[in-house]
Design a protein around this ligand. Structure first.
Ligand SMILES: NC(=O)c1ccc[n+]([C@@H]2O[C@H](COP(=O)([O-])OP(=O)(O)OC[C@H]3O[C@@H](n4cnc5c(N)ncnc54)[C@H](O)[C@@H]3O)[C@@H](O)[C@H]2O)c1
Length: 270
């Protein structure tokens, strides 16, 4: 996909990876980018900052809940022509630790990390097919969706489901003009991962594995890896290259991989 002149929507764009993707999209020549988030104050600050750098005619922001069809429709209404050429389903939460994760934790994380993507695709894909224009649906999943997330069964499961949904979309629509990409980073320096060092118990294991499994990356570098994958037509965007090797090792010998995860978990507990 050519990003020059593209129109983009990025959910969860008040900060972190979403704001970085919006910034890099504008830097690579997108004609118009709509940022959306539930955090109104942070979203307005980010939107104003990007509009100041790239022009008020190229940037809009809408406070909306990415898990609701009405929320997504209100965002699409701000896109020139009503249909973006790129939708980045990036909003996500990190919630629920160990078997103590409650039904509420499970319901909310599946809603934000998986069903929001399903609802957006349900709106967009038929419109893209009907318009006959090429488009891209990108999902910010996680390395946790290919490997696992120690400490957080909710996050591990939701991100596996996010990768699974993105794969299904790609297999079903990828040869009909709807490109699909899945971003699967390990740790990234964002509000989601700050203050993780004060967590204990299973939350401590979860945050400890995020900060020690690989280098903590800068969100702008992660955004570049996603946009490179989109431009080159690749499904998987892996900012931490070792994830490809770890994923292959998991597939070739799952028992050995699980023993390694158990050993790593014990080091985090101690
Ligand atoms: N930071 C990491 O180490 C890391 C690693 C792998 C994947 N990810 C994923 O990257 C994505 C972005 O996370 P981040 O690290 O930038 O953290 P972040 O907390 O800065 O960004 C997530 C954003 O999503 C927004 N959000 C939450 N629920 C929403 C909803 N219902 N509707 C709209 N917006 C909502 C939040 O307000 C927040 O601004 C998430 O999907 C996360 O799971 C992060």
């Amino acid at each position: 996909m050519n990003l020059d002149g593209a129109t983009g929507v990025v959910t969860g764009a008040a900060g972190g990876i979403g704001a970085a993707v919006a910034e890099r999209l504008l830097g690579r020549g997108a004609a118009h980018v709509v940022l959306t988030d539930v955090d109104a104050d942070r979203l307005a600050r980010t939107g104003e900052d990007l509009a100041g750098q790239h022009g008020t005619d190229r940037v809009a922001w809408v406070v909306a809940d990415a898990t609701t069809t009405d929320g997504i429709e209100s965002v699409l209404a701000q896109v020139p022509g009503g249909l973006p050429s790129l939708f980045v389903a990036n909003a996500g939460i990190f919630r629920g630790f160990g078997l103590d994760a409650t039904d509420d934790d499970w319901a909310s994380i599946l809603d934000v990390n998986v069903l929001a993507h399903v609802r957006a695709a349900r709106l967009l894909v038929p419109r893209w097919l009907e318009s006959g224009t090429s488009a891209c649906f990108a999902v910010t999943a996680s390395a946790a969706g290919l490997l696992t997330q120690l400490g957080s069964p909710t996050y591990a499961t939701s991100k596996h489901a996010a990768v699974g949904f993105a794969e299904w979309l790609a297999a079903t629509y990828g040869d009909r003009g709807v490109q699909v990409a899945a971003l699967c980073p390990m740790g990234v320096r964002t509000p989601m991962t700050e203050n993780g060092d004060v967590a204990d118990g299973e939350a401590g294991v979860a945050h400890g594995s995020v900060s020690t499994a690989g280098d903590m990356m800068d969100p702008l570098d992660v955004a570049d890896v996603l946009l490179d994958a989109i431009v080159e037509g690749r499904f998987l965007a892996l900012p931490h290259e070792q994830v490809a090797t770890m994923w292959a090792q998991k597939a070739s010998d799952p028992d050995r991989w699980l023993s390694g995860m158990q050993r790593y978990r014990r080091t985090l507990e101690s």
